[in-house]
Ligand binder design. Structure first.
Ligand code: PMP
Length: 381
């Protein structure tokens, strides 16, 4: 869709894009300065495969300070983005044919990453009434002797929902009978919360020993192009991940590591607060707007991240002015693009009846985009 938007814009069409998965904020200046200084010093060695020891220490102490988790720096493996951290984790734990439970809607890359690691994704659907979260009952139904891991994403891309301590504890009770199942916890939106504090599965005592935390700097520090993420895992998994990474990409960009280190050494909440309060204002505006003008989309008020996942089932079967019958989320996304607003179809996230909109764009663009969306959907016959 991003490519389509670029093409349409190049041909002179004016499009409001609500597609983006990257914050519309600059990298905090403190991090920029740290990177510039490292470059000016001519600092350019091959990075250690698992990351600079100072950065691994800072990541471990961040999790200790904020979440009370006693991780050791040796458990931290710094990668080229959290996507690589998730892939490293999967390559480290999966045998061919092992199953990985993935609650849907899910982030688009989980399924292909599991398949690349020769695992078998087991998709478990969730409902809006469940807050799009895996319930203990559904987890119990899908666990088997072939299960190797579950992937949880909290706060979630695409729904914005976040697991509470009680919900994670009830999943932990079910997992008690499956002691070999890992929890891959994608925490990349951990700092982007609107009330309520992030809670990691690793904070549930029985899950501590088997949680692989995957996180990164693309969202909180608005530096997706600098490609920096990490995993924190029980030592044998961390060591396997280091071996995998050592023979694939080796260590991550050393300049980005210097910048991230400066960020972690500062007051992180102070650094990210301006961005979070802008996201909160946009989230609240969109929620109000949809509740008033498009209530059939049943918006879920996001706990975190910067997306709405909207139900388009009410529009299926209706026709556009050109006579095309809308049959799926893909059709809606295509139609909305023709009407000047770019959204992502839910298909890649595991739902044909949803679209995702991002509010990592200015409030003015959001307002224009939502009005276009409303007019276009109301024009369907
Ligand atoms: N997990 C989720 C849920 C994401 O939304 C993203 C980025 N869109 C990633 C992982 C990967 O982020 P990165 O590789 O940039 O750290």
């Amino acid at each position: 869709m991003a490519q389509r938007v670029r093409e349409l814009r190049a041909s002179g069409k004016e499009i409001v894009s609500l597609l983006l998965g990257e914050p519309d904020f600059p990298v905090p200046s403190l991090l920029q300065e740290a990177a510039i200084q490292a470059i000016r010093e001519g600092y350019a060695p091959y990075p250690p495969v698992p990351g600079l020891s100072s950065l691994r220490e800072a990541i471990a102490s961040y999790y200790h300070k904020h979440y009370g988790l006693p991780f050791e720096p040796s458990q931290v493996v710094v990668s080229n983005g959290s996507k690589q951290a998730i892939y490293n984790a999967l390559l480290s734990i999966l045998e061919p044919g092992d199953e990985v439970i993935v609650p849907a809607p899910y982030w688009v890359s989980y399924i292909p990453l599991i398949q690349l690691a020769e695992g078998v994704p087991v998709v478990v659907s969730t409902t809006p009434a469940e807050g799009y979260k895996l319930t203990p009952e559904k987890l119990a139904q899908r666990l088997s002797s072939r299960s190797c891991a579950i992937i949880l994403c909290s706060p979630s891309n695409p729904t914005g929902s976040a697991y509470t301590p009680a919900e994670l504890s009830s999943l932990a009770e079910v997992l008690e009978s499956y002691p070999k199942v890992w929890i891959i916890s994608d925490e990349i939106y951990e700092l982007i919360r609107y009330g309520g504090k992030h809670f990691s599965p690793a904070q549930v005592p029985p899950l501590y020993e088997r949680t692989i935390v995957c996180n990164g700097f693309s969202k909180a520090f608005a530096m997706p192009g600098w490609r920096l993420g990490y995993l924190i895992a029980p030592l044998p998994v961390a060591q396997a991940a280091i071996k995998v990474q050592g023979q694939t990409t080796a260590g991550a960009n050393i300049i980005a590591q210097k910048a991230a280190l400066a960020g972690l050494q500062d007051d992180i909440h102070r650094l990210v607060e301006p961005m979070i309060s802008a996201f909160r204002e946009r989230r609240d505006w969109i929620y109000e707007y949809i509740t008033q003008h498009l209530p059939e989309m049943a918006p879920y008020l996001p706990d975190g991240a910067f997306y709405f996942f909207l139900d388009i089932a009410a529009f299926i079967g209706r026709s556009t002015a050109k006579g095309k019958v809308i049959q799926s989320a893909d059709d809606i996304a295509e139609y909305l693009l023709e009407e000047g607003v770019g959204v992502v179809s839910g298909t890649g996230f595991g739902s044909k009846r949803h679209i995702r909109i991002s509010y990592a764009v200015s409030l003015a663009s959001i307002q224009e985009g939502m009005q276009r969306m409303m007019r276009a959907l109301r024009a369907l016959a």
